[in-house]
Ligand binder design. Structure first.
Ligand code: PNS
Length: 162
């Protein structure tokens, strides 16, 4: 069985994340969406909230081979524990590529045999990030095309006027 990890902060999960996850689900037998800690970011939603939102999106998209989990440890350890053959990341631009290259090198140092599979973001989602969603939502702007339907209201209500 080919197992992949799709890790991230997912603060919050966006349409871009859902697109990458759907495509990963067609490439691998099982995909674990791992809500991990990024030491350089202060999350707006708790890890349990982010996991619950991802689970709602997985159900909404009918992805029967995707599972959301939170983990407070190293990605390399988590990938090893799950027996994953690859870690999936989405790429939008050259800045993402530079960041992903460093992440891949650090994880490869920790876990020989570690492999990153990068999936290119669709052009129409190239601008999309969790940060953009948070900023638009904070001003009460329309985020309906940016995040999956089942989590739209939770995000909008929570981030308005923040
Ligand atoms: O969505 P993000 O914030 O770009 O995801 C980054 C994330 C969470 C995947 C990365 O920070 C991570 O792997 N965190 C867990 C700790 C770890 O293993 N760091 C990499 C080795 S330096």
């Amino acid at each position: 069985m080919k197992i992949a990890i799709y890790p991230g902060s997912f603060d919050p999960f966006t349409m871009g994340h859902l697109d990458i996850l759907s495509r990963a689900c067609s490439l691998f037998d099982r995909v674990y969406v791992a809500v991990l800690v990024n030491g350089e970011k202060q999350p707006h939603f708790t890890d349990s909230e982010r996991c619950a939102m991802i689970e709602a999106c997985i159900r909404y998209a009918g992805l029967t081979n995707a599972f959301a989990e939170k983990n407070s440890g190293l990605l390399a350890e988590y990938a090893k524990e799950k027996g994953a053959c690859a870690v999936v990341r989405g790429l939008r631009d050259a800045a993402d590529l530079a960041y992903e290259s460093r992440l891949d090198c650090a994880n490869r140092y920790l876990l020989p045999g570690y492999e990153t599979v990068c999936l290119m973001a669709r052009p129409q989602m190239n601008f999309l990030s969790a940060g953009i969603v948070r900023e638009i939502a904070a001003y009460g702007g329309d985020i309906s095309g940016l995040v999956p339907e089942p989590i739209k209201n939770i995000i909008a209500e929570r981030l308005k006027n923040t």
